[in-house]
Design a binder for this molecule. Sequence first.
Ligand SMILES: Cc1cc2nc3c(=O)[nH]c(=O)nc-3n(C[C@H](O)[C@H](O)[C@H](O)COP(=O)(O)OP(=O)(O)OC[C@H]3O[C@@H](n4cnc5c(N)ncnc54)[C@H](O)[C@@H]3O)c2cc1C
Ligand SMILES: *[C@@H]1O[C@H](CO)[C@@H](O)[C@H](O)[C@H]1NC(C)=O
Ligand SMILES: *[C@@H]1O[C@H](CO)[C@@H](O)[C@H](O)[C@H]1NC(C)=O
Ligand SMILES: *[C@@H]1O[C@H](CO)[C@@H](O)[C@H](O)[C@H]1NC(C)=O
Ligand SMILES: *[C@@H]1O[C@H](CO)[C@@H](O)[C@H](O)[C@H]1NC(C)=O
Ligand SMILES: *[C@@H]1O[C@H](CO)[C@@H](O)[C@H](O)[C@H]1NC(C)=O
Ligand SMILES: *[C@@H]1O[C@H](CO)[C@@H](O)[C@H](O)[C@H]1NC(C)=O
Ligand SMILES: *[C@@H]1O[C@H](CO)[C@@H](O)[C@H](O)[C@H]1NC(C)=O
Ligand SMILES: *[C@@H]1O[C@H](CO)[C@@H](O)[C@H](O)[C@H]1NC(C)=O
Ligand SMILES: *[C@@H]1O[C@H](CO)[C@@H](O)[C@H](O)[C@H]1NC(C)=O
Ligand SMILES: *[C@@H]1O[C@H](CO)[C@@H](O)[C@H](O)[C@H]1NC(C)=O
Length: 606
Amino acid sequence: MHPLPFLLSTFALSAAATKINSTYEYVVVGSGPGGGPLAANLARAGHSVLLLEAGDDQGSNPNISQILNFNKAGNDPTTRWDFFVKHSDDPEREKKFEHYVYRRANGEFYVGMSPPKGASALGIYYPRAGTLGGCAMHNAGVSVNAADTDWNYIAEITGDETWGTEEMRRHLLSIENAVYAVNDTTHGHSGYLTLTQARVSVGNGSDGGALVQIVADAVGQGEVEVEALLKRDMNAQDKGRDLRTGIFGQIRHADAEGRRVGPNSFIKATLVDGRKFPLTVSLNSLVTRVLFEKEANDTSPRAVGVEYLEGESLYSADPRSSKNATGVVKQVTASREVIISGGVFNSPQILKLSGIGPASELLKWNISVVVDLPGVGTRMSDNYETSIIGLAQRDLHNVSGTHAVMLKSAAAIAANRTRDLYLFCGSFSFEGYWPGFPTEFGKSEYECAIVHMNPHSQDGTVTLRSSDPRDMPEINFRFYEEGEDEDLKAILDGVKWARSVLAKAPAGIAPFRELHPCKSTEVNCTDAEQKEWIKLNTYSHHATSTCQIGGDDDRLAVLDSKFRVRGVKGLRVVDASAFPRVPGAFPVLPTFMLSEKAFRDILADA
Ligand SMILES: Cc1cc2nc3c(=O)[nH]c(=O)nc-3n(C[C@H](O)[C@H](O)[C@H](O)COP(=O)(O)OP(=O)(O)OC[C@H]3O[C@@H](n4cnc5c(N)ncnc54)[C@H](O)[C@@H]3O)c2cc1C
Ligand SMILES: *[C@@H]1O[C@H](CO)[C@@H](O)[C@H](O)[C@H]1NC(C)=O
Ligand SMILES: *[C@@H]1O[C@H](CO)[C@@H](O)[C@H](O)[C@H]1NC(C)=O
Ligand SMILES: *[C@@H]1O[C@H](CO)[C@@H](O)[C@H](O)[C@H]1NC(C)=O
Ligand SMILES: *[C@@H]1O[C@H](CO)[C@@H](O)[C@H](O)[C@H]1NC(C)=O
Ligand SMILES: *[C@@H]1O[C@H](CO)[C@@H](O)[C@H](O)[C@H]1NC(C)=O
Ligand SMILES: *[C@@H]1O[C@H](CO)[C@@H](O)[C@H](O)[C@H]1NC(C)=O
Ligand SMILES: *[C@@H]1O[C@H](CO)[C@@H](O)[C@H](O)[C@H]1NC(C)=O
Ligand SMILES: *[C@@H]1O[C@H](CO)[C@@H](O)[C@H](O)[C@H]1NC(C)=O
Ligand SMILES: *[C@@H]1O[C@H](CO)[C@@H](O)[C@H](O)[C@H]1NC(C)=O
Ligand SMILES: *[C@@H]1O[C@H](CO)[C@@H](O)[C@H](O)[C@H]1NC(C)=O
């Protein structure tokens, strides 16, 4: 019998108790799905590791620890990092985003399109979590493997076969504890990442059952028991997996009691383990730059440590931050490597502050150039998301939970491509993020949220706003710069599909009064009008690719296939910023897998 090494701990780490040595073998910056498990794994392999995290530990705050509280978590000031981004270079288009955010004269937020006098524009809200465990502490936890084509693409552009889908599957097996597939030997059962399937209420005669049944009928699964469909494994080992459509059970990184499992729980299990692994965690530690040394007759500098500021809420995205809190400057040495895992916005910011990035941008801020690496903070990408939401004829009392439906757009069917739409439907309202989200429309609300995979556009940027490491960078996604027609058409396919299915709900539930993209009161909702609404109101929260892996011939590649920052030694980036494209419909499971791969690659070099 395998021991249970990953018991969930409910204690909160205290910042004050940490004693910091001046030197560690590895210094890891950021404790999200990229950095957190990597730090724990390196320590478990016997290496001394310092994990620096800008936030504190909210693992015993029930808003954060219970996965079904994710809306509370997203609004909780103890973990929130509030970023405000652009979706385009056109200021007029930006302000037509229905949940555009302004700062009122009295300091409070205003959300909407008719700002009061004296309010200043902030931008489109983009959520992140600055806390032990990163965004895995306030996400919805949906855990889907990327398509084989997404993994094989990395192998193709780098020539490194270890990115192939078979090898990546082995990494999934070593990290997961797939309790939803208990006797299935094609899954792992002794990893740190407990995966469960969401429960959906579909009792006989219930509205929930009826609403799943109409979807099953529409995808040709009407004869299969709804309960069986809701257990269908979207991460099955199955050669044809990425071509299959229909209903699937939604998998989450949480245990059967709904407690979040992920970097936070793995780090704590490592700290309390009787085997006394050499892991040190320093909370409230905002890393400001990487320190380099140039060896005498060597042209590439070596990362030898980091500088950080110790103090609470130092980063300006933290709603509790204040300009006058400057923190205490500290330095620490890494005898082997520095690993940056600050996430998609912060990893490129840290590299640039350290002198690694486009030379022209660094010189503008008087940052001395260590390596002119023009790709840092470029080619950012994200899934496009929208939703069709309406009100049923009556309260949907017994509908709880959401079910997933994967579909192919008409273009994907025509080209025999992999599924490209991920929908999740239920009685909830999710229209993106803003301070105070979501809007609750009452118990008759019903939505199908739509995630569009593999968007064409990869033109987002993260650039410095100043040389102050406490400032947030400028972030512009530049959605729909490329492939606009194809992507909007595919999303509209999903919207129309959901609308036609919902129209078939039993009388008493249907007809739905649609709130958007079409208002039911407007009979003139053309395809062109729907596309325009979708384009203006597309939201996202799966950003990747700002420090991407690429081939030796790729001028904009930031990392080689082993996560090494090009042009320096002893420095890697391990988080969602490393993906050359958004991996599938949801990035968190692929990021956990990438972290496991990085651990193996780093050990091989040690
Ligand atoms: C609201 C929300 C819901 C989501 N839902 C899902 C979902 O259901 N499924 C899914 O697959 N994905 C989801 N995601 C996305 C997913 O959670 C992220 O892609 C994933 O967490 C990325 O991991 P990461 O390690 O790259 O970075 P992050 O999770 O962002 O972690 C980065 C960490 O680094 C720390 N840090 C940053 N800068 C510094 C610094 N200078 N010094 C020290 N520490 C620093 C941060 O505090 C943070 O803890 C969601 C994201 C959000 C925001
Ligand atoms: C800190 O340094 C001391 C003295 O070198 C060493 O004994 C100890 O193991 C170190 N602790 C960690 C966590 O690296
Ligand atoms: C949890 O969230 C609620 C509101 O969403 C808030 O009132 C409460 O203070 C939060 N709890 C903690 C422990 O932060
Ligand atoms: C798993 O296998 C065990 C032993 O054969 C059996 O007792 C148990 O019922 C199985 N569980 C499931 C969910 O199939
Ligand atoms: C569901 O209810 C109907 C009528 O109430 C009954 O005929 C049917 O057998 C029930 N089905 C199940 C699976 O319980
Ligand atoms: C579900 O709710 C509907 C409408 O309120 C009601 O008619 C039905 O009996 C309920 N079904 C169950 C199984 O509770
Ligand atoms: C520097 O050059 C000398 C002589 O060529 C060599 O012995 C030494 O190993 C080199 N050092 C490094 C760090 O490469
Ligand atoms: C810093 O500013 C805040 C208000 O933003 C104030 O409450 C606090 O007293 C100030 N602290 C110092 C040390 O000046
Ligand atoms: C850069 O340095 C120059 C010369 O010292 C100074 O004039 C300029 O203001 C600095 N720019 C910034 C952005 O700090
Ligand atoms: C679609 O592609 C799959 C493999 O990716 C292949 O097995 C199948 O035959 C193709 N179907 C058509 C209609 O071309
Ligand atoms: C539909 O027509 C009405 C009345 O002419 C107009 O107010 C509304 O904006 C139109 N809807 C859309 C989505 O264009």
